[in-house]
Design a protein. Structure first.
Length: 879
């Protein structure tokens, strides 16, 4: 039969699965010889048994009794003994800390008799005893009996009002005694039963309540958010009570072994005299900074400092602790490795290296890509008197200030004059790209965190607040109105905070991120944070196996990506090169009626494309550049069907011949499911000359680079291939052109259609590399329309626990990941030197980077701004 109860001397910190974090660490501290009140832990296994079977496992009651007897023996008094009672706390404690989610009951063992004994124990301190008793009824009533806490709080407030007491310190023994009576009445009224006076029964019920609290709605919700498995269960800790509410020489506090905000070493914490348990955090009275304890009780303070140092050295990390001082005697009630801000995480990791507590390998695993990303955004200066006008969703962090503009053109125009602008739109679409690039930040009144604006902004590292629904945006009148009659006209300055979603009128001062300055090559290595980031990045780079490339479509992005550490381009999209003034040429191409017209249009596009590639090859000289041939459906380059229909209809007979032809063409190209329609390789096969023009432009740009003494390493990537035959046809043509121009380039394909993954063995015959396009692959594997589902039902799916995070954000290992693994294995079987990479949004997502490492890819590719994150995570994955 398994053992269900462990004394504190029997456990240790490695037993978190069984004893929960709190129990394991209480045992660890006990074994370190620290002053922990004695006690024992009921295992998570007992909880799991109870939650499935609805009853204690057999033998559990006996084991509890045995450990209780040992505890009573050690303390020299028995639970609730009327003349000299032992009191205990019953505390929840799961494997993962779930702050405030579950239950704890203090002062178990008090009743009408033992309260007298407790008073005697405390040297005739009646006030303390009755205060402890009313706390028990209050906590027990709330957590075990399920009574709404407000009943008790109201009664307490009423009593205070009656006695004219300002705080709980003004209440007397008699007041608390009255309160005990009132609280018992509340229990009777609310449950129809008496407050249980039998100490052992109190304890049993409290243990049950802790078990049940595992499934309390807020705990369930918290686990879902934090992706904590639902079936772990909680342990229960039974701990002899020590009292911080015995007078002014007693008290309770919380502390950190160093500042969790900045990582600085020193004394951080709060202390409250004459208080118990949660009082410190509950804000009942104002706490004092921990340093003041030195003045009040030097001996305890010194001991606490020693213990904190010991804990840090032992856990080799920042610890947070809970302690209580009972009449000058210090007791440790809890410790764990503490949470910290991103900046503190980097500083602490390197400080610990310098102190010789951990090595660099471990230091790199102690920080995360998410933390690094947080450090890369500029911030608003904390103090601001600017007016908050509304709040939207914090779609892409950072702080941006600029003049409000309502169209992409205007944004580009003002930005070209050196003005900082914020692009304000109801929602954005691909046409706004130029404006988004030009703007300091993007604000929309519609759409969620996965709307176009949000996704694109995050990819670019641009500040974005989206879905600020209170705003009425009028693009036509170039203004928006906010609640309270605030009207912002074009040109008015606003500030948006992408980390909080706040929108301010006027200018809020911004401070740039020193970490980005560092990646840009202008960092200040005297800054402790920058130095810490530098050291950990250097080590991550030295440790990683995955290469990191950039998704970059122009020379500027390519250059930045290179500064950020990119080892090539994994995805250069060519369609962006067809926007703007070139749209007309593309239109001509699409409208071309014969070979001649089409060739004319293509030959006008070719030199423009060649120039685009030349710039990129120059920026990435010596490094691979994967260029994806045109992917989106052609109608994306034509006017909108509805708009054009309306225009032609309104013009009636006056409609131009060109508009009519255009409309006909738009109608002809219209598709119900364009993402599943004529796009990618299908275009290449159906529109003669289109791919050939692109390949020619690439080859000529590469040759020119070589002639200029440079080193262009082109990789031509064919999108949306589902069958090897498609690729073979395109490849044949491309190879012909390459041979004619006399340059070498790899030819490969994206794997983004499930069929491609499933027939990867065949496709690898014709492909020198695969790049997993996990955006489309996710879309097609799940059958989720990427442009629709996130805004429509994903929030419900998240609530229902169908997935913990959108599969578009973090790669779905089980489904999409399986396809990737199949393609890796079968592709390499056909062609052992097949190059493998990923170029979906996932390439910059930490979890997905780890997957790519495990799946054996050669590189990940992500937006320039995410490159440092991917480098760090690739390093962590390898360690
Ligand atoms: P949480 O997990 O929410 O922090 P805890 O189990 O740590 O809950 O308990 C809540 C509070 O009660 C803490 O401040 C803790 O220090 C205090 N406490 C718990 N057990 C005892 C005890 N045996 N003696 C004195 N205070 C205790
Ligand atoms: Mg605690
Ligand atoms: Mg795609």
């Amino acid at each position: 039969m398994p053992k269900f109860v462990y004394g504190f001397t029997e456990g240790n910190r490695d037993l978190k699965d069984l004893l929960g974090g709190k129990g394991a660490n209480l045992a660890e501290m006990t074994n370190l010889g620290l002053p922990v009140p004695p006690g024992f832990t009921i295992t998570t296994e007992a909880c799991r048994h109870y939650l499935t079977a609805g009853a204690f496992p057999s033998g559990l009651e006996d084991e509890i009794d045995q450990h209780l007897r040992d505890l009573e023996h050690a303390m020299g008094r028995s639970l609730g003994q009327s003349d000299d009672p032992l009191l205990v706390s019953v505390r929840s404690g799961a494997k993962f800390s779930m702050p405030g989610m579950m239950e704890t009951v203090l002062n178990i063992g008090l009743n009408d008799e033992s309260v007298q004994g407790l008073a005697k124990q405390a040297g005739g301190n009646d006030r303390f005893a009755w205060d402890s008793y009313r706390r028990l009824i209050q906590m027990f009533g709330k957590t075990v009996l399920g009574i709404d806490g407000e009943h008790f709080e109201e009664a307490l407030d009423e009593l205070k009002a009656e006695c004219g007491a300002k705080g709980d310190l003004d209440l007397t023994a008699a007041d608390f005694r009255t309160l005990v009576g009132t609280f018992k009445d509340i229990v009777r009224e609310q449950t129809g039963q008496e407050f249980p006076s039998d100490p052992r029964e109190q304890m049993r019920l409290a243990v049950l309540a802790v078990f049940h609290s595992w499934n309390a709605p807020r705990a369930v919700l918290y686990r879902r958010q934090e992706r904590i498995p639902a079936d772990l269960g909680t342990a229960v800790n039974i701990v002899a009570m020590v009292f911080g509410n015995l007078g002014m020489e007693s008290g309770t506090g919380v502390a950190f072994t160093r500042d969790p905000g900045s990582g600085q070493q020193g004394v951080y914490g709060d202390y409250l005299q004459n208080a118990q348990g949660e009082d410190v955090v509950a804000g009942i009275r104002n706490t004092m900074p921990l340093q003041e304890l030195e003045r009040i009780d030097k001996a305890s303070y010194d001991e606490l400092m020693q213990i904190m140092e010991k804990l840090e050295n032992h856990y080799r990390d920042l610890c947070d602790i809970e302690f209580t001082i009972e009449r000058g005697k210090l007791w440790m009630l809890q410790t764990r490795v503490g949470k910290r801000t991103a900046a503190a995480a980097f500083r602490i990791a390197t400080q610990l290296v310098d102190q010789g507590l951990i090595n660099l390998d471990e230091a790199v695993t102690r920080v995360s890509g998410d933390q690094l990303a947080q450090l890369m955004f500029p911030r608003f200066d904390k103090a601001t008197d600017a007016t908050l006008i509304t709040k939207g969703m914090n779609a892409s962090p950072g702080a941006a200030v600029g003049r409000a503009v309502f169209s992409s053109d205007r944004a580009e125009e003002l930005a070209a004059r050196g003005e900082a602008v914020i692009l304000v739109r109801r929602e954005t679409n691909p046409d706004d790209l130029g404006g988004m690039i030009a703007a300091r930040g993007v604000l929309t009144s519609r759409g969620g965190k996965t709307s176009h604006a949000a996704v694109v902004a995050r990819g670019m590292g641009k500040t974005c607040v989206c879905g600020a629904e209170e705003l009425e945006v009028s693009t036509k009148e170039r203004r928006f109105t906010a609640p309270g009659g605030v009207v912002v006209e074009e040109g008015d300055v606003i500030s948006i905070d992408g980390s909080s979603g706040a929108v301010y009128l006027g200018e809020v001062p911004v401070v740039p991120s020193p970490v980005v300055e560092y990646f840009e090559g202008e960092g200040d290595l005297d800054d402790e944070l920058v130095r810490a980031v530098h050291r950990l990045m250097v080590h991550a780079d030295a440790s990683r196996r995955l290469a990191v490339r950039a998704n970059a479509d122009n020379a500027e992005d390519a250059a930045r990506a290179r500064r950020f550490g990119a080892e090539g381009i994994g995805l250069c999209r060519t369609e962006h090169m067809f926007l703007g003034d070139r749209r007309q040429l593309v239109e001509d191409l699409i409208l071309a009626t014969g070979d001649e017209e089409r060739e004319a249009a293509l030959s006008k596009l070719e030199p423009l494309q060649r120039a685009d590639y030349a710039e990129i090859f120059e920026a990435m000289d010596g490094l691979p550049v994967t260029i994806r041939l045109i992917d989106p459906p052609l109608h994306e380059f034509l006017p909108d069907l509805t708009e054009l229909s309306v225009k032609v209809a309104l013009a009636g007979d006056a409609a131009t011949a060109k508009d009519r032809t255009l409309l006909e063409c738009v109608k002809r190209l219209h598709e119900q499911n364009p993402m599943l329609g004529l796009r990618g390789v299908r275009l290449g096969l159906v529109v003669p000359g289109l791919f050939a023009m692109q390949v020619r432009a690439i080859a000529e740009a590469a040759r020119a680079r070589a002639e200029a003494g440079g080193d262009a390493r082109a990789e031509i990537m064919i999108p949306l291939v589902g069958a090897v035959q498609e690729l073979e046809l395109v490849r044949e043509e491309a190879e012909g052109i390459l041979a004619e121009i006399g340059v070498d380039a790899l030819i490969g394909t994206m794997i983004e259609v499930p069929r491609a993954a499933l027939t990867a063995g065949q496709i690898a015959e014709a492909a020198q590399f695969f790049s997993f396009g996990t955006n489309d692959l996710t879309q097609m594997t799940w059958g989720f329309s990427r442009d629709d589902v996130e805004a429509s039902f994903f929030s419900q799916y998240l609530d229902l626990g169908i997935f913990g995070v959108s599969p578009f954000e973090s790669l779905d290992r089980d489904g999409v990941g399986r396809l990737v693994r199949i393609a890796v294995e079968e592709g390499r079987k056909t062609r052992p030197d097949l190059k493998l990479g990923i170029c979906g949004e996932h390439g910059g997502d930490p979890e997905s980077v780890h997957f790519c490492h495990e799946a054996g890819l050669d590189y990940v590719s992500c937006s320039p701004f995410r490159i440092p994150v991917a480098r760090l995570e690739a390093g962590r994955a390898a360690l």
